[in-house]
Design a protein around this ligand. Structure first.
Ligand code: G3P
Length: 226
C-alpha cells in the first residue's frame, strides 16, 4: 500500500493501474459530482462496479450519501454488496457534530464484517478514536489541516505512534493532497497510503532535467547511427 487515486475517472484509473503504481482508489460525493456522475444510485452502482473491476483486488472506497443512522447502515450494506473490494466511507461525525457515526462504524466493522474508511478527519485524535471504533482505514485530510494553519505532518507522526503503540489495525490514509511534495512527506511521516488526483502522479514522474537527459541520449544515439 502506498498510493491510491482519488478519482472516479475511468481512463485515469486504467492508465495508472496498467503502470502498476496505484494500489487502490478513493471517491467521495464531491469528486463524483465534479466528474459528471449521473443516474442516481443505479448510475453510481454501474460506475463503481466498473472501477472495482479495474482495481481489483485492490480496494475502492465509496462514501454513503446520508447521515441518518439506519440509512448509513442500509447503504453501507447495499454498496459493500456490489463488489468484494469495496470499502465504505463514512464521515467521523454528522454535519452538526452528530455522534451516531462512530457507533455505525463500530457496528458495520464488527457485526456486519464491512470494511470502513472513516473520513473528513482533521486531527490525530479523531483518527485515533475512529481506529478504536474498529475502522480499517482512517482518512486524515492533510491539505485541509494545513489550510487551517495546523501541521499535517505532526498529526501523521502522532497518529502513527498511537496506532503502533496500541496495535490498532487501521491503515492511515492521507487525503486532500495539495502539493506533490505532500505525497512523500506524508508517507515518510508514517502514512500507509496517500490518495492523490491523477495529475499528481504525472507530476511525480516527469522532471524537466530528465526530459533534457532523455533528449540528449536519443540525439546522441541518432548521431552515432544506432
Ligand atoms: O475525500 C477526501 C478528499 O478527497 C478531500 O479532498 O481536495 O476536497 O480537500 P479535498
Amino acid at each position: 500500500m502506498a498510493i491510491y487515486l482519488d478519482t472516479s475517472n475511468i481512463d485515469e484509473i486504467r492508465k495508472y493501474t496498467k503502470m502498476g503504481i496505484i494500489s487502490g482508489v478513493t471517491t467521495n460525493p464531491t469528486i463524483l459530482h465534479k466528474e459528471g456522475a449521473s443516474g442516481g444510485m443505479k448510475g453510481l452502482k454501474e460506475k463503481m462496479l466498473e472501477v472495482a473491476r479495474i482495481v481489483a483486488p485492490h480496494p475502492l472506497s465509496v462514501e454513503v450519501t446520508t447521515n441518518h443512522r439506519e440509512g448509513m447502515i442500509a447503504q453501507a450494506k447495499e454498496i459493500a454488496g456490489w463488489a468484494k473490494n469495496i470499502v465504505i466511507k463514512i464521515t467521523v461525525h454528522g454535519p452538526n457534530g452528530e455522534l451516531d457515526n462512530m457507533s455505525v462504524i463500530h457496528e458495520l466493522e464488527t457485526k456486519h464484517d464491512i470494511r470502513i474508511n472513516v473520513t473528513a478527519m482533521m486531527s490525530a485524535q479523531q483518527c485515533f478514536l475512529a481506529a478504536l471504533a474498529g475502522a480499517s482505514y482512517v482518512s486524515l485530510l492533510g491539505g485541509r489541516v494545513n489550510n487551517m494553519g495546523y501541521n499535517s505532518i505532526e498529526e501523521v507522526k502522532k497518529l502513527r505512534y498511537l496506532l503502533d503503540r496500541y496495535q490498532l489495525k487501521a491503515k492511515i490514509i492521507l487525503a486532500s493532497t495539495r502539493e506533490i511534495l505532500n505525497v512523500i512527506e506524508w508517507l515518510c511521516a508514517g502514512a500507509d497510503i496517500v490518495t492523490v488526483a491523477p495529475n499528481f502522479i504525472e507530476g511525480m514522474i516527469v522532471h524537466p532535467y530528465t526530459k533534457e537527459t532523455v533528449q540528449m541520449f536519443l540525439a546522441d544515439a541518432a548521431k552515432a547511427g544506432h
